[in-house]
Design a protein around this ligand. Structure first.
Ligand code: HEC
Ligand code: HEC
Length: 205
């Protein structure tokens, strides 16, 4: 009698435990299901930082940094020497009176070594936001690019679009005779930029 009583208690306890386990399982399934089916993948900060380092190599390559100097003179050549003829940024980035960029730079590249490259928008960034790339360390450039006060008021998406489709940026990959190309092509640069942004635009340490 005592034995069957305790058997009964054990069976009862087991049933209660099973019911609870089932309820907990059902609850977990209900709460987990929508999360796993609708949420986007978790931002990957390590991949993001790694991708930024790839983008960085392009930004500080001569074709890009020659128009993103720390001083007020554009730079020239693969050694990024100051522009000859004392060319200066000026109030709007298009040069000073008598030495406007479009005096020499046409809307397209002129053929031949050392001929002026060209684009309709040829200019330096304006003095209010100089967008300096030259001499910036990766972490520094990363923070600067994300700062709307320093990047011309751009969101990350607009920054991406600028790099992937702006015509003047595009000149960097079609720079005319005798000029080297950035280390990554435009498609790869844009793809790395997307990884950087999708991973939360993480900056290297
Ligand atoms: C007097 C003519 C002249 C003026 C004015 C001038 N440039 Fe140039 N620029 C040239 C020539 C010529 C070259 C090509 C030099 C070479 O390849 O050796 C050049 C090259 C450059 C390059 C180098 C491209 C590269 O990646 O090597 C940049 C950047 C540049 N100019 C920016 C400007 C900007 C910005 C302005 C206006 C603020 C300007 N230039 C005004 C004649 C001029
Ligand atoms: C002929 C000069 C010139 C060259 C070459 C050039 N840029 Fe620029 N860049 C500019 C100017 C001018 C602006 C500002 C335009 C604006 O704000 O609308 C700018 C803005 C930018 C910006 C916007 C935000 C910021 O904070 O910098 C990015 C990003 C950029 N350039 C990337 C590049 C890359 C990448 C390359 C090379 C593939 C490149 N640029 C080559 C002149 C140049």
């Amino acid at each position: 009698m005592t034995r069957s009583n305790s058997d009964f208690r054990d069976r009862n306890a087991a049933t209660v435990a099973a019911v609870f386990a089932l309820a907990a399982f059902a609850l977990a399934t209900v709460t987990a299901a929508p999360r796993s089916s609708t949420a986007s993948p978790k931002p990957d900060a390590a991949a993001s930082r790694e991708a930024f380092l790839q983008v960085y190599k392009v930004f500080v390559s001569p074709r890009c940094q020659n128009c993103h100097p720390s001083g007020d003179a554009p730079l020239q050549g693969d050694d990024s020497h100051p522009h000859i003829q004392n060319v200066k940024r000026g109030k709007d980035g298009h040069g000073v009176y008598g030495m406007r960029c479009d005096t020499c730079h046409q809307s397209a590249n002129l053929a031949g070594d050392h001929m002026p490259p060209g684009n309709p928008k040829w200019a330096l960034p304006p003095p209010e936001h100089k967008m300096v790339f030259v001499g910036r360390m990766p972490a520094q450039l990363c923070r600067q690019l994300k700062d709307p006060k320093q990047n011309g008021g751009r969101s990350l998406q607009q920054l991406f679009e600028h790099v992937s489709s702006d015509d003047l940026v595009g000149w960097g990959w079609d720079p005319g005779d005798g000029r080297t190309l950035p280390p990554l092509n435009r498609a790869d640069t844009s793809a790395q930029m997307k990884v950087w942004i999708d991973g939360g635009a993480a900056c290297p340490e």
